[in-house]
Design a protein around this ligand. Structure first.
Ligand code: XBP
Ligand code: MG
Length: 257
C-alpha cells in the first residue's frame, strides 16, 4: 500500500463558495458592461454549473436559453472577450468585498504543510482567479504553498474529464494511489475517478448537496473547525469533528486497501 504523499484540491466550491457570489456576479457584471440583458440568477446558475469552465458555460447558456442569439463575427472570439472582462470583475470581487475560505480549509492546509504533505490544485477555473482567491483569502504567499497549480485551459478537456488531475500528478511525479483529492461536485468526482485517484473527500455546498457522490470515499458538510464539527454524510466513520492529517491518512488507507 502506498503512503499518502500529496493533497490535490479543487478550488471553486471546495476552497471557497466562489460560484454564487464570485463567478456568477462577475459574469453578470461583464454582461451588463457589454450591454447584454443576460441575467444569471442564483437558480439558473445551478443549471449552468453542469458545464465547467466559464467560456464553455456561456456557450451552453446560449444554446439552451438564447438559441436565437447571433454575433457579428466569430462566436469564440466574442465569448473569449466577454470572459476576459468577467475575469477582471472576478479578481476585483476577491479584493472587495473578498470571499472567505470554507470552514477548516486554512486550518487543514497549514496542518498538512507542517506534516510535510505536498499540496497541489486541480481546477477548471482561470489561473488568475486562483491567484486572486489565494492571495486575498488565504495569505499573500499562499500560491507558493502549492507545488503545482493546474488550472483552466492548460488541458484541452475540462472536468469531468480526468486530464487536469493527470496533468498535476505527472508534474509532481506521483501515482494516483499516493494522492488524496478534494472536490465538491459530481463533475469533480468523475474527474478524480477517471484519473485513477482512489482517495476522495467531498465537501458539499448548496449547489452540490444533491449530486451523486457514489464515487467518493467520504462526504462531509465541511472540513470542520474547533467548535464547529463537521458531519459525515457518506462513508466510513474516520473523522473526529474535524478533518485533520490523521483523518486524511485513515481515509487514504481505507481507500487504497
Ligand atoms: C469550476 C468551474 C469554473 C468557474 C468559472 O469547476 O466550473 O468554470 O465556474 O471559471 P470546478 P472560469 O470547481 O469543478 O473546477 O470562468 O475562469 O472558467
Ligand atoms: Mg468545484
Amino acid at each position: 500500500m502506498a503512503n499518502l504523499e500529496a493533497l490535490i484540491f479543487d478550488v471553486d466550491g471546495t476552497l471557497a463558495d466562489t460560484e454564487r457570489d464570485g463567478h456568477r456576479v462577475a459574469f453578470n457584471r461583464a454582461f451588463a458592461d457589454a450591454g447584454l440583458d443576460w441575467d444569471w440568477t442564483v437558480e439558473i446558475y445551478g443549471d449552468l454549473l453542469t458545464v465547467t469552465g466559464g467560456k464553455e458555460r456561456m456557450k451552453y447558456f446560449l444554446r439552451k436559453y438564447r438559441p436565437d442569439f447571433s454575433v457579428d463575427g466569430d462566436l469564440d472570439e466574442f465569448v473569449a472577450s466577454l470572459h476576459a472582462a468577467k475575469t477582471d470583475h472576478y479578481k476585483a470581487l476577491m479584493v472587495d468585498p473578498g470571499l472567505p475560505l470554507r470552514p477548516g480549509v486554512e486550518r487543514l492546509l497549514r496542518e498538512a504543510r507542517d506534516a510535510g504533505l505536498r499540496l497541489a490544485i486541480a481546477t477548471t477555473t482561470t489561473p488568475a482567479n486562483v491567484t486572486a482567491l489565494l492571495k486575498n483569502s488565504l495569505a499573500e504567499d499562499a500560491e507558493d504553498w502549492f507545488e503545482v497549480i493546474a488550472a483552466g485551459d492548460i488541458v484541452p478537456a475540462k472536468k469531468p474529464a480526468p486530464d487536469i488531475y493527470v496533468w498535476a500528478m505527472e508534474k509532481m511525479k506521483l501515482s494516483p494511489d499516493q494522492c488524496l483529492a478534494f472536490e465538491d461536485s459530481d463533475n469533480g468526482v468523475r474527474s478524480v475517478a477517471g484519473s485513477g485517484i482512489p482517495a476522495l473527500l467531498v465537501t458539499v455546498n448548496d449547489y452540490t448537496r444533491d449530486h451523486d457522490f457514489s464515487g467518493a470515499t467520504v462526504v462531509v458538510d465541511h472540513l470542520g473547525e474547533p467548535g464547529k464539527p463537521c458531519r459525515i454524510m457518506q462513508g466510513p466513520d474516520l473523522i473526529r469533528g474535524q478533518v485533520d492529517v490523521d483523518a486524511l491518512k485513515a481515509i487514504h488507507a481505507y481507500a487504497t486497501s
